[in-house]
Design a protein around this ligand. Structure first.
Ligand code: PEP
Ligand code: MN
Length: 354
């Protein structure tokens, strides 16, 4: 339930609404807006009787949120939420952000050369897994903490903010120390204790759609993060399992406009995991931006043939550079633009503010 206060409602009137909601046994979340304040009621699993609040002074109207996810819905928050992972790199505004880099961090030379190449081509954030969720326990599992240190070094070298995955709660705290955005991968989309943990860490989160998750499942998973007080969530379509084996996954581009209608959170697409095929990444990346995605996540490796993971879907740096040129034209044709990467931090690490 959402309590919309009148334009010009006083702080005392808002406090009375908060108090009434708390007396009813729920939590109240006041949200000051440009025109008026709304007070959200959280903690209910079903319709709440709003009559007690409706008649309080300063209340304009009560809105019952019809969706199972509340704080994630556009009914709750009509305007786009803009998620800023670093100064100038925001998702959900008119600029489209491009997160690029290798599947896994493998070495200093590899991640720094990948970061330099994607930055030169126009990427606005760097990706690279330090903790890898692999289908086989015998596959490369990532460099762990050392991988995070290398990502931080690559950020210092290029200025690109870092997006990297956490697999568990302990890892999430560690990732938060190094990264600008914590990625929760497809396999962990329904790891509810991890979602709650990243909800309590005040860092942006990139939440990828599970491979068998419906759009409602994705939005309910995001709700776990918002319910803990963190609304800095970027959603990502990365393909779902299908009966067709021609591609690794079926990239559901329809999910982009659907999610953008249902939710105020930014929605990006990952055509690398979404197709699993290098030569399909460019056409599907173009299509995702044309469909209105707020960003792309693309795997790029300086030497894909020697990649320790996902080489077959990783672009060569020159392919990525051509993709960005095309994306600029597509963004421009729909009244958007590609974001601008922050400049390289000058001097020592201290200059980066970290
Ligand atoms: C990744 O981005 O490295 C990854 C493992 O993706 P997903 O969780 O979508 O499989
Ligand atoms: Mn990968």
């Amino acid at each position: 339930m959402l309590v919309v206060m009148q334009n010009g409602a006083t702080a005392d009137q808002i406090d009375r609404v908060v108090q009434a909601i708390e007396e009813m046994g729920y939590a109240a979340r006041p949200m000051p807006g440009a025109q008026r304040t709304t007070v959200g009621l959280v903690g209910n699993d079903g319709r709440v009787d709003g009559s007690r609040v409706e008649s309080l002074p300063g209340v304009a109207e009560i809105i019952h949120v019809s969706k199972p996810y509340k704080q994630v819905s556009r009914e709750w928050h009509a305007e786009n939420t803009v998620v800023t992972i670093a100064p100038g790199v925001s998702f959900g505004g008119s600029a489209v952000q491009i997160i690029a880099g290798p599947c896994s961090v493998e070495s200093e030379v590899q991640i720094v050369s990948a970061a330099r190449a994607v930055k030169a081509a126009g990427a606005t954030a760097l990706r690279g897994g330090a903790f890898k969720p692999r289908s086989s326990p015998y596959s490369f599992q990532g460099l762990g903490k050392q991988g995070l240190e290398l990502l931080a070094f690559a950020r210092k070298e290029t200025g690109l903010p870092v997006v990297t995955e956490a697999l568990d709660e302990e890892g999430a705290h560690l990732v938060a120390e190094y990264a600008d955005c914590i990625q929760i991968g497809a396999r962990n989309m329904q790891n509810y204790s991890l979602l709650r943990a990243v909800g309590r860490i005040q860092k942006p989160v990139l939440l990828k759609r599970g491979m068998a998750a419906t759009i409602t499942d994705l939005l309910l998973s995001a709700e776990y993060i918002l319910a803990e007080g963190n609304d800095q969530v970027i959603l990502c379509e990365r393909g779902i399992r299908s009966f067709d084996t021609s591609t690794r996954n079926l990239l559901d581009l329809t999910a982009i406009p659907i999610v953008q209608r249902l939710s105020h959170l930014p929605m990006i697409a990952d055509p690398s995991h979404g197709t699993g095929l290098r030569d399909k990444v460019t056409p599907m990346g173009r299509a995702a931006i044309a469909a209105g995605a707020d960003g792309l996540m693309v795997e790029v490796h300086p030497n894909p043939d020697r990649a320790l993971s996902d080489g077959a879907q990783s672009l060569y740096p020159d392919q990525f550079a051509s993709l960005v040129v095309e994306l600029r034209a597509i963004a421009d044709s729909i009244g958007r633009s590609i974001g601008t990467a922050p400049g390289r931090a000058k001097g020592t690490a201290a200059a980066t503010g970290r």
